[in-house]
Design a protein around this ligand. Structure first.
Ligand code: SF4
Length: 288
């Protein structure tokens, strides 16, 4: 059984890859035992929704099946790209791709036009105005680097609607009648009411994006006041991206077991729900 199957997953999320750079063991345990949603995470999602509402045209679609959900992601991202072309900024764009033969999926917080290029920006919310630690910045850095790699693959046509339709077997997907009624109510043309067709449109949109900028942004916001705490500007380095991919694939390929944090990072265990229960790697040392 593959690692993906063991974790009951069909694709790798970009957030999984960034979580591997915080603690890979914790990322794995989250899938085995279920993540604990904290109040902070819920508050963070609310800010993301508010920001999305400020730029993108709201579309009310309530998916009832996997095919419905996939359609909704593709359709709303197709609309989001139209917003980018019209307003120079957009929120919540889904990105699909392939790394090492695995399906990889993520959602980019913001794309913005900048000096004739398209720049990626990721928002991170914090409980107070303190700047993030280096360990946190590293995970966010990994996230935007992988987004850039996936977007480069899509804009160059290396990953296109044919790859997508095969990977997601869209020809065999049927949306529910109730969802189709919602599409009609939103006046979405009948000729576009098919997952493969909307995927074709979405990948065509992505192909026409301006070059993806080598400058990547991570913006830190106070989740209570929405004040900008810090804007990190990172320079994309292709070798660094390749290094991340080689490292993360060793886990997903089953070449090594998930790594716990090294000794000099065992302070992270104090913030981990699995410490002393499902994971006792550094527990003994805490007691001594
Ligand atoms: S207790 Fe520490 S090593 Fe274990 S999963 Fe949590 S953060 Fe990782």
């Amino acid at each position: 059984m593959s690692v993906l199957e063991e974790l009951h997953k069909s694709s790798i999320r970009v957030s999984d890859i960034s979580a591997q750079y915080w603690c890979e063991r914790q990322m794995e345990l989250n899938y085995i035992h279920g993540p604990s949603i904290t109040k902070e995470i819920k508050k963070g999602s609310r800010i993301h929704e508010e920001l999305e509402g400020e730029t993108n045209v709201p579309i009310v679609l309530q998916p009832k099946s996997y095919a419905d959900s996939l359609y909704k992601s593709l359709y709303t991202s197709h609309q989001a790209i139209a917003t980018l072309k019209e307003k120079g900024v957009t929120r919540e764009v889904q990105v699909y791709g392939s790394i090492g033969g695995y399906k990889v999926v993520g959602k980019i917080d913001q794309l913005q036009s900048e000096n004739g290029e398209t720049a990626i920006l990721e928002d991170k919310t914090r409980g107070d105005d303190r700047p993030p630690s280096d360990a946190q910045v590293l995970t966010h850095r990994v996230q935007v680097i992988i987004y850039k790699k996936l977007l480069d693959d899509v804009t160059s046509g290396d990953y296109n609607s044919k790859n997508f339709n095969m990977a997601y077997r869209t020809a065999s997907l049927r949306m529910t009648d109730e969802f189709v009624r919602q599409l009609d109510a939103n006046q979405i043309d009948k000729s576009l009411q098919d997952v493969g067709t909307i995927a074709g449109l979405f990948f065509e949109d992505m192909r026409t994006l301006n070059k993806i900028s080598n400058t990547l942004y991570v913006r830190y916001l106070n989740q209570y006041t929405r004040k900008e705490i810090k804007l990190e500007r990172l320079a994309y380095d292709r070798n660094e991206a390749q290094g991340i991919i080689t490292h993360m694939l060793k886990f997903w390929n089953g070449e090594r077991k998930s790594l716990p944090v090294p000794e000099n990072e065992k302070w992270k265990c104090n913030f981990c729900a699995f410490f002393g229960k499902e994971c006792k790697v550094w527990w003994q040392q805490k007691v001594l």
